[in-house]
Design a binder for this molecule. Sequence first.
Ligand SMILES: NC(=O)c1ccc[n+]([C@@H]2O[C@H](COP(=O)([O-])OP(=O)(O)OC[C@H]3O[C@@H](n4cnc5c(N)ncnc54)[C@H](O)[C@@H]3O)[C@@H](O)[C@H]2O)c1
Length: 349
Amino acid sequence: MSKSILITGGAGFIGSHVVQLFVEKYPSYKIVNLDALTYAGNLENLKAVENASNYYFEKVDIQDALELEKVFEKHAITDVIHLAAESHVDRSISDPLAFVKTNVFGTVNLLNAAKKAWEGELDQHLFYHVSTDEVYGSLHDGGFFLETTPYDPQSPYSASKAASDHFVRAYANTYKMKTVVSNCSNNYGPNHFPEKLIPLCINNIKNMKPLPVYGKGENVRDWLFVKDHARAIDTVFHQGKAGETYNIGGFNEWKNIDIVRLLCKKMDEKLGREEGTSEKLITFVKDRAGHDLRYAIDSSKIKNELGWEPSLQFDEGIDITIDWYLVNEEWLDHVTSGAYQDYYQQHYH
Ligand SMILES: NC(=O)c1ccc[n+]([C@@H]2O[C@H](COP(=O)([O-])OP(=O)(O)OC[C@H]3O[C@@H](n4cnc5c(N)ncnc54)[C@H](O)[C@@H]3O)[C@@H](O)[C@H]2O)c1
């Protein structure tokens, strides 16, 4: 085995696509998925690779330093791709400390475990930290986030991610650990937990339930298909320069309300409903506290230096996404009923 890569948060939305890509594309790598299986972790996301000979799963919380050390030793981990996090802004508003515990404390634990395991050869191993564009704050006057944009996090979620980014860079500077950070815009696609805008709307439109939209739905986000993010992570992992940061985005800005209307229109067509049926479900609700107005990422650096760019246009990606949720009814039923949480017991015990 040429590499033994620890991917944290591999049972989550983005992590599951990264794990699948690495397991299938690099049969000579050992891929160790480490995940605590919180409400957001779903091993059903990994059915396609769960029996692959180069895939391993460890149910471990990154808050547990001793267990992390054991995993590094057991699998002779050579590199880390760190995605495990609490990731939902609304949850961070009601429980900020949970975000500090996993995103900050957990990341520092992981850095320490890597530092200990790689002592004396820190320059030969990579610690890749996956982060978000939300660390840059909110754009009010046009423009884009660059890798050099000063951090200005506005929510407990983005503050915790910003802190974790700073720790990763501090370990690079202080201990000469080989690190790389990428900051990506909003992802959409299969395996997305239906608490986030796009899968929530698809599920509610399907079931003719209200579509809650914050404020007037004027907030703007840049959307990237999740498999394109996984490809970008593959590119940065293999070609990224140590110590660098790469912004990843789709050059694809949408107001929330326009996304919701697009989903209504497309799903009316796909479900054979009369045009306008689903739009009637739109329900404006009180805005999220401190809701960032606009995020927009400039991903020229990764394009120019590493040759990555999105492969899908949004129209195509959103069709693939809706069709996936309509076909994978069992996945959605298990997630909404909570049955997905039994999967670990059934398959790993
Ligand atoms: N979703 C996005 O649009 C987006 C955009 C940019 C960056 N990111 C970042 O990418 C990463 C993955 O995001 P996601 O949307 O896939 O998140 P997710 O919430 O779908 O998945 C997170 C995963 O981490 C696991 N996890 C949570 N706490 C843990 C802990 N203490 N120990 C071990 N595992 C734990 C969960 O079980 C889950 O499998 C996060 O770091 C997030 O900040 C997400």
